[in-house]
Design a protein around this ligand. Structure first.
Ligand SMILES: Nc1nc2c([nH]c(=O)n2[C@H]2C[C@H](O)[C@@H](COP(=O)(O)OP(=O)(O)OP(=O)(O)O)O2)c(=O)[nH]1
Length: 137
């Protein structure tokens, strides 16, 4: 049996913008941009992991909205799955509390101005379509 561990990435959308986060560690990923998120823990749903990770990493109260089609292989046993997400009413603003040293809200026009992790490019392309269409869910 092959063990697979899902890493959930959040395409957090707000006002037609997508939140990108610059990793501060480990050294081989530091400086590259990703969708905030992390590993789904045993017995946890990806949606619950997304809420937990965004609370820990960004200090926000968010909710998963819909799965972005596709799945991207990371270093085995990890696979990246992405959900769009939104801030709940009254959520604090996102801050780089953990794992990241900079956050940037990107519009459709500035989406490719940051150096995304290669394994995130496919997911970001999918999200770009929603941004271009002006759809937030
Ligand atoms: N969070 C996140 N991780 C990604 C993305 N793309 C990508 O290759 N990864 C990799 C980096 C890490 O090796 C792994 C996720 O690890 P993480 O460090 O974010 O997860 P975590 O918060 O659960 O970390 P930990 O409990 O192991 O400290 O997936 C992405 O878009 N978001």
């Amino acid at each position: 049996m092959t063990e697979r561990i899902v890493v959930v990435g959040a395409a957090l959308l707000d006002g037609g913008r997508l939140l990108a986060a610059r990793r501060s560690a480990p050294p081989e990923l530091a400086g590259r941009w990703e969708l905030p998120g992390g590993k789904v823990e045993p017995g946890e749903t990806p949606e619950a992991a997304l809420v937990r990770e965004l609370r820990e990493e960004l200090g926000v109260e968010a909710e998963a909205v819909r799965r972005v089609p596709g799945e991207w292989m990371l270093t085995p046993p990890y696979v990246l799955q992405v959900w769009t997400a939104r801030l709940r009413a009254g959520s604090p603003e996102a801050k780089a509390l953990q794992d990241h040293d900079e956050l940037r809200w990107l519009t459709a026009g500035t989406l490719w101005s940051v150096e995304w992790l290669e394994q995130d490019v496919g997911a970001v392309r999918e999200v770009a379509q929603a941004l271009n269409a002006g759809v937030e869910h």
